[in-house]
Design a protein around this ligand. Sequence first.
Ligand SMILES: O=C(O)CCC(=O)C(=O)O
Length: 272
Amino acid sequence: MTGDTLAEAKAALAEDGWCVVPDVLEPAAAAQALERLWAAAAEVARRGVPTFMPVLDPNASNVRVFYLLELDALFRELIRHPAAVELVQSLLGRSFLISNFTANIARPGSQSMALHSDQSLVVPEPWIQPWALNIIWCLTDVRFENGATLFIPGSHRWTRRADVPADADRRLRPFEAKAGSIIAMDGRVWHTSGANITADQDRALLFGYYSRAFLRPQVNWNAALSPQTQAGLDPQMRGWLGLDADANTGESAADMRYLADQFAARGEPARR
Ligand SMILES: O=C(O)CCC(=O)C(=O)O
């Protein structure tokens, strides 16, 4: 992956609402991540936590793994991968929070979930700006046949539920990519999981969900991460996970400049 590739990807993400960046992980690293994902799924099952969510998926051929950050240090590295963070900051700005990190393995026989946009699940309409996005890690090759995520081109410009057309399902297109790629998807893009119509090919994706820092994350990491996991995190990760005492005190460089300007205009030194 070159700097040019990432620059083109950021431009596509801003304009089209999505982009694919190939070769972020070497094939061996993607295979290792897949192995660790199955180990995490086994651990979750051992703890008696369901990996089938009837509210999300029509049948148990979708294997869902939640709280990846608690389950393996590898996932704590992926969520802060420099390419992922660069894409996130290009869309959301410097400050952001890690809202969620989950896996969905679509096994043969899996079916589509309901059409949705992820931003619509965390903030009411209108959805004017990108306030959230997914960085989707492809741990297997992803094709229409093995259940690629299906999305509607241009749907990041829909600002209200009433904008979703009656023929939305007919507009769906697959995100196809090689194992080791990441797909960035603006939180306003309407999408669903594809059906896996192969006989024997899994489709394994990780969904890193990031949001603007003023939005409450989907996961309360203070509760979801054990004291041992929290103890191993550096200040940067603690900040991105919202683990410290400050919650919403004006976080962006623009906010800070605004405050500094206000103090300067009053002839006072900047505080905080
Ligand atoms: O697995 C997929 O392809 C999509 C999953 C998804 O959109 C979700 O879980 O909200």
